[in-house]
Design a protein around this ligand. Structure first.
Ligand code: 6R9
Length: 637
């Protein structure tokens, strides 16, 4: 890992070089990877189209970088350690050699099922090693994976499959999460009633839940593997991919209705996730690294699968939830496998903190060396508990700020290299040029200032487009400010020049570290036959970070308690349980401007119970609406 920065001076040098001579800088980083053919041009870009190309002319396969190149020296190093949901079930370890064999085998299964380079494959699996195998098998043959988080509903899966026109779905009979069984195959069956493009479903056995298998369409994972074995288990050579060939699509919520398929390409994503993994966490050979995210989110893609594996690391994946069988589960896992690096989310920290220290105190956490945080701003109380209780005051905390669209960390402390300040993502990694913009499109210079966070210059891991709709990519990220990537986040830069992310400035909520578009939830609620109109806002929630507050105008005749339950059911069916409102307030009207726009600012203040600063309500069509809403909110508290 010769690109690992070791001291603050080295960080400063690397940063300077990355800004003054980005092509040389990233060319040097990229030469630490395995290329079938070297690139001819490091970077070609403009942010107006946008059109971004890294390592043009380069040929490679990311799985050769994540697997084959480690085999010679480190074939017996564990690549994946898997801890099951139920602690009494045996864990599994896959060495690099074993993982490669399984990936090649399953890549041949995909080929046998008619999947070719460029085809889209939807993966809807629980957190089992086969999920990593499926992802890498797609990459092996150049198929584009679209992983859908196991908590999403049939409708959400159908929307994602149809948007990407996936040909094949990989799922399991069911998945275990705590004491629940997720009926994954049944949910896929429901989704596929709406999907014409899918002609095959590969089903892994996991929960042995009874399911239906449709003749001609559905096949068992295990049977398909047997077929490959009877074919003599041939190797599966890695498909030669162009640097800019699409590696995967991952859907994420924005401020408008429909989730966007964020597109990441091969070489830039590989270089960026590998570089940031090695640097942020200062991973050392032989260490056990545990990221608690689900592979259904970008954190799992970049920092369970691709980043760690490209660096030959040992990546621990956990099938279950932090509170099963009790709130000491993460600490048990750390103790059991002598985990050195833990990467988790503030929502998990806050939730475990609330269970009390007795779950932590009896565990041996002395193996921990580095802690990471991701997904949402970390409040100081949680930061200190993490630092003192979990890290025993000796582990640096990397509060990594980044987004699905970014591929990897953009602003983060580097463990033991840069300073740390609670609540601060701190400083940009080399190659990242952040800036703060004001409402008029002007850059805010200097320190001790706040503004909208933008990035001025491309980095290799950034998104290239949104699937099937380049215009949307341009509109969402590259149009708010000329020649800038707009993040959607607000940010403060301290007198020292340190960055603190203050949260979304658009209509995107961050609930337990998951992005939820308010428009998406509103659309779902509005589908309910008794709902006339709705408005969603976020409000501070002690564990989730933000909770979902729904203002709903319903038909007069409703039974409020019953309709509330029905609305929750509607949202669960249309999006998934993660988008369920925490509070539903029925209102007779919503505060609207004379042009008919909902004034969300006021709704937010009411939801936050911050009534002293409602601001100007004189431009409302009917200012008395606000009083009625405040009255109703008080009754709910
Ligand atoms: C990786 C990931 C992205 C949004 C982002 C921001 C918030 C993520 C954060 C953070 C403060 C951090 N966010 N990390 N806010 N501090 N360390 O979470 O991607 O799901 O796309 O969410 O999450 O608001 O814009 P994604």
């Amino acid at each position: 890992m010769s690109f690992q920065i070791k001291t603050f001076e080295e960080y400063q040098d690397a940063y300077k070089r990355s800004v003054e001579n980005p092509e040389e800088f990233w060319g040097d980083v990229a030469s630490n990877f395995f290329w079938k053919r070297k690139w001819t041009n490091v970077l070609n870009w403009n942010f107006t189209e946008p059109d971004i190309k890294w390592f043009e002319g380069g040929k490679l396969n990311i799985t050769e970088n994540c697997l084959d190149r480690h085999i010679y020296k480190n074939g017996d190093t564990p690549a994946i350690i898997w801890e099951p949901n139920d602690p009494s079930e045996s864990h599994r370890i896959l060495t690099y050699k074993q993982l490669l064999t399984k990936v090649e085998q399953f890549a041949n299964v995909l080929k046998n099922n008619n999947i070719k380079k460029g085809d889209r494959v939807c993966i809807y699996l629980p957190m089992v090693p086969e999920l990593v195998i499926a992802v890498l098998a797609c990459a092996r043959i150049g198929a584009i994976h679209s992983v859908v988080f196991g908590g999403f509903s049939a409708q959400s899966i159908a929307d994602r499959i149809n948007d990407a026109e996936c040909k094949l779905v990989i799922t399991a009979d069911g998945g275990f999460r705590g004491n629940k069984v997720l009926e994954l195959k049944t949910i896929v069956d429901d989704a596929l009633m709406q999907c014409k493009s899918v002609d095959k479903v590969i089903v892994l056995t996991r929960s042995r839940t009874p399911i239906s298998m449709l003749k001609g369409r559905d096949v068992w994972w295990e049977d398909e593997i047997k077929k490959v074995e009877t074919q003599g288990n041939p190797a599966c050579p890695a498909e030669e991919m162009d640097a800019e060939d699409t590696l995967f699509i991952l859907y994420t919520s924005g401020s408008t209705g429909k989730p966007k398929g964020v597109v990441h390409t091969t070489a830039g994503y590989m270089v960026y996730t590998g570089y940031t993994f090695a640097n942020t966490f200062q991973y050392q050979p032989g260490e056990v690294y545990f990221c608690t995210a689900d592979i259904g989110w970008i954190t799992g893609h970049s920092y369970i699968v691709y980043g760690p594996l490209s660096q030959g690391a040992t990546s621990l994946m956990f099938e279950g939830i932090p509170t099963f069988p009790d709130a000491g589960r993460y600490w048990d896992i750390i103790d059991k496998y002598k985990v050195n690096i833990l990467y988790t989310a503030p929502t998990a920290i806050r939730s475990l903190m609330a269970f009390g220290d007795e779950y932590v105190d009896s565990k041996d956490l002395s193996s921990l060396r580095v802690l990471g945080s991701v997904g949402e701003p970390i409040n100081e109380e949680a930061w200190h508990w993490y630092k003192d209780k979990i890290g025993k005051g000796k582990c640096p905390i990397a509060d990594t700020w980044w987004q699905t669209e970014n591929g990897g960390h953009l602003i983060t402390p580097i463990a033991d290299v840069t300073p740390e300040v609670p609540g601060y993502a701190l400083l940009p990694l080399p190659g990242v040029q952040p800036c703060l913009m004001d409402e008029n499109g002007k850059e805010i210079e200097g320190n001790d200032v706040s503004g909208n966070l933008c990035i001025k210059f491309p980095w290799p891991g950034m998104l290239r487009t949104t699937w099937g709709d380049h215009e949307r990519c341009k509109q969402t990220y590259f149009s708010t400010y000329a020649n800038m990537y707009f993040t959607g986040d607000g940010c403060y830069r301290s007198p020292e020049g340190y960055y603190r992310i203050t949260g979304r400035v658009d209509d995107v909520l961050n609930v337990s570290g998951h992005r939820i578009g308010t428009a998406e939830v509103e659309n779902a609620i509005n589908m309910h036959s008794d709902v006339v109109e709705s408005a969603i806002v976020g409000y501070p929630h002690p564990v989730k970070g933000q909770g979902i507050y729904a203002y709903v105008i319903a038909n007069h005749h409703i039974d409020a308690d019953k309709t509330r339950q029905d609305i929750l059911q509607t949202v669960t069916r249309l999006i998934g349980a993660i988008a369920k409102p925490d509070i539903i307030q029925f209102v007779s009207d919503l505060p609207k401007t004379r042009s008919g726009k909902i004034m969300r600012r006021i709704l937010r203040k009411v939801a936050e119970n911050d009534l002293g600063s409602l601001g100007d309500t004189s431009t409302l069509q009917d200012p008395t609406v606000v009083e009625k809403i405040i009255e109703g909110a008080e009754k709910l508290r």
